[in-house]
Write a protein that binds this ligand. Sequence first.
Ligand code: FES
Length: 565
Amino acid sequence: MAARGLKKDLTSYGDAEFSLFLRKAFIKAAGYSDDALDRPIVGIANTHSDFNPCHGNVPKIIEAVKRGVMLAGALPMVFPTISLHEAFSHPTSMLLRNLMAMDSEEMIRAQPMDSVVLVGGCDKTLPAQMMGAISAGKPAVIIPVGPMIVGHHKGEVLGACTDCRRLWGSFRAGKIDAAEIEAVSGRLAPSAGTCMVMGTASTMALITEALGLAIPGSAAVPSVHAERLRLAESAGHLAAAMAVSGGPKPREIVTAGAIRNAMVVLQSIGGSTNGIIHLSAIAARAGHPIDLDEFDKLGRQVPVLVDLKPSGRFYMEHFHEAGGLPRLMVELADLLDLDAPTLGGGKLGDSLTKPADRFPQEVIRPRNAPLKREGAMAVLRGNLCPRGAVIKQSAASERLLTHQGRAVVFESVEDLAARIDDPDLDVAAEDVLVLRNTGPVGAPGMPEAGYLPIPRKLATAGVTDMVRISDARMSGTAFGTIVLHIAPESAVGGPLALVRTGDMIRLDVPGRRLELLVDEAELARRRDNAVPLPALPQRGYARLFGRSVLQADEGCDFDFLQAGG
Ligand code: FES
């Protein structure tokens, strides 16, 4: 019989009995009894951090998970991992996602736990935890921290961070003053929990649930609701049962069918563009790499049904009140693999909301009255993006989805910051703003710089959207006609590096094309005269990142971490 609990994964001294003796001697310093130490062990990954206000409710969640574990007769052991908040990670949290994935994987593997509960929520944390848990190979349950409740200002409902961007745009355009934007900053994020629009955190919580790695219904329950703590207790209970049975392991849950289910959900919720990057990384870890063309094809079939900002009107607490993912899946049932396995041993089909429990609501639309006829995202191809680019068409301006305009090029995030508000910048509303050197290698870490601000002189003249293209990412809470994730990126020699101000660019979202209208001979000439590629960082994690990070179409994981290495 395989070793269990404290006897598992012993430190290597060449004498297993001595290793166990020593381990027990040390753990007894914490006051545990022999009875406790004889139980199966459930690890609980603690991502509480003063630098991560989104995870402010983690201590209460952990308390509830521990209660569930102990009620089921196992021993909970809490351990820390890296915690990442979007606004507290320089230069971008994406640079650190893989570090958190490695931390989570190695700590789950190294320490003597029979199963693990991972508590996460802010954008990069759930993807990192899923990637790590899949690779670590021990039974795992994920409990998201839950979305914030909404804020209010002058009778208006506010939410982080779609309204952060909208109101900041109003401030830039001179429509609200400094005192008001300061007042608003205290009301956009009124509680612990994750951004309550359909941003990256909400998207990834729903993907976690759609993949089967979280308890059905647990993605959308607000962070401050008592129900979240009951779900945490259930997660502890479930993890204790999995510690005894030894399964299922994440790879048995994240099947090809489960990944397809997650893609359907991603398209139908109006999800964040970051979601497809993270899902690509997760799927590759599980040994089922995503085909972006299949994702695009699903987008033609799957309408946006969830009426949440930034694509629609409501917030996550309303999505929860409307029935959450189990209710949405009812509408999508014919597109889903309902036989996909769940953590509790059943099938996905068992978790759908039963007819008797359905009620009239406005947030989750029926298939015959969708918010958008097509899915949230489209994958573009063309001479500017041979390995693909992504646009969130559900949050774009309809009139700009087919557009041709003159390129106005910015070389980097710094160049953008220096010139975008220059009154002498030669730019018009119909131009295409181009930003490069912002991909995984270039920036580095692929920051959320793809939401280029509208040049101030155009914003004050009333322009609210323009076509913007880059090899960067964009916050899931942002909106606009914005092409992202151009692959390969400019810093590794992708064609985005060849664009010059004044070139014409054609965007054709219905035709799924993004083209630089410059003839091949001229492009070849530019390629021959291109400036040398930037040098990679010389030391530390930045060096590992620069050498090993994959492009956006492969999820920006490290090449040596994918399944099969
Ligand atoms: Fe943490 Fe938005 S900043 S979820």
